[in-house]
Write a protein that binds this ligand. Structure first.
Ligand SMILES: Cc1cc2nc3c(=O)[nH]c(=O)nc-3n(C[C@H](O)[C@H](O)[C@H](O)COP(=O)(O)O)c2cc1C
Length: 159
């Protein structure tokens, strides 16, 4: 019982701390590179941090882009794919959003669509600053894709 109370207090404190921040850094990272960058940005901007965690984690085999039948290849080949996310994000208290992801096949992974579709109404009117990591591709393909897919949202590239 004592442990439960302590856990509840810690959770409420963490939520309270998150709610005080004006911006939030939301990211997906399959192998940790984007996570590292997201943490640096959150520190730099004094922002809250939220990881988009897939309900089913990606294995190394899932991420094998050389295999046309791997999970990531199948997801990226199907524009309608929306991988499930483990937990919802409360975007409401934040005025500004940073959204980061690894580039997959020149754009953002489909789980970013899952997240945007879940949050689109709450994101309307808020600036969404995009950032990415990649093996060399730039972010422009993802920006074009996202602007086309979510015309009611205000995307720009993180400066
Ligand atoms: C399925 C898949 C597709 C990828 N496609 C690209 C790509 O089109 N261009 C590129 O430069 N890098 C590509 N990469 C490399 C990742 O963008 C890069 O390793 C990224 O930093 C990984 O970030 P993470 O560790 O946060 O998952 C791809 C990686 C995977 C797993």
């Amino acid at each position: 019982m004592k442990r439960l109370t302590l856990a509840a207090i810690m959770l409420l404190t963490a939520l309270g701390m998150m709610a005080e921040k004006k911006c939030i850094v939301v990211y997906f990272s399959a192998t940790g590179t984007t996570a590292k960058l997201a943490k640096e940005i959150a520190k730099d901007k004094d922002a809250a941090l939220w990881e988009i965690v897939p309900a089913e984690p990606y294995t190394d085999a899932d991420l094998d882009w050389r295999n046309k039948q791997s999970r990531s290849s199948l997801e990226m080949a199907d524009p309608e794919e929306r991988p499930m996310i483990k937990m919802c994000t409360n975007i409401m208290p934040y005025e500004e959003v940073y959204l980061g992801f690894p580039i997959w096949w020149g754009i953002c992974p489909r789980i970013i669509d899952s997240w945007l579709e879940n949050n689109v109404e709450m994101l309307e009117g808020k600036p969404i600053h995009l950032f990415c990591t990649s093996g060399g591709s730039g972010i422009d393909g993802a920006v074009t894709y996202l602007k086309k897919g979510y015309p009611s949202l205000k995307f720009d590239i993180k400066k």
